[in-house]
Every structure is written in C-alpha cells, then in structure tokens.
Design a protein around this ligand. Sequence first.
Ligand code: TYC
Length: 109
Amino acid sequence: MAERKQGGQDNGVGVGVVTQVKPKTQKPSLYRVLILNDDYTPMEFVVYVLERYFNKSREDATLIMLQIHQHGIGVCGVFTYEVAETKVAQVIDTARRNQHPLQCTMEKD
Ligand code: TYC
C-alpha cells in the first residue's frame, strides 16, 4: 500500500507522521453461477455443459452434476458480473437449442 507523509511542509526537523493511503482500485464483486436440477435434462448433457462452459474435468463435472441431481442446485463457478452473465446466457442458449429445460442462474457471492 502507498504511504504519504502527513502535515504538508517539512518542519525543518525532518519528522512526519506516515499514514497509509487507501488504494483507489476496488475489487470487483463476484457472482456464483448455479445450475438447477430438473427431471428431463440428460445427466450427460449437464456434464457436457460443465466441461464446455466451466472448464471442468470429466470427473469434477460428473461430481457437480450428481450434487445438482441429488440436492437440487450446485455451483459451477464464481466470476465477475459480466462473465457470470455470459455463462448463464450460454448455458441457457445451448440447453434450449437442444430442447432441454435446464435452468442456470447467478447470485452475488
Ligand atoms: N435429474 C436429471 C435426470 O435424472 C439429471 C440432471 C442433473 C438434470 C443435473 C439437471 O442440473 C441438472 N435426468
């Protein structure tokens, strides 16, 4: 973190109070992308989505898919707002193009 000497002008003795300066950059808010269970989307399609859009290995994708299947909802990843929004749109678009009712949403982390 940056530092500055408080008090403006040198008083001639060379002593000043050093204070911390708060950085002006802010960390972006993060959003969880969630996939929901349904009775119709094939398990293999959900595994494919997790591999294709969330860079999961087949093993991790299968575990996440089963977590969703058993508990109703699961986290696919955490992203900045615009990336999360894009992922949600891509998942819903690919599901609809394949005529699956798969639901995907996002919430603040
Ligand atoms: N419940 C679905 C089935 O039995 C599989 C499934 C898993 C669907 C996860 C959606 O997000 C989902 N075919």
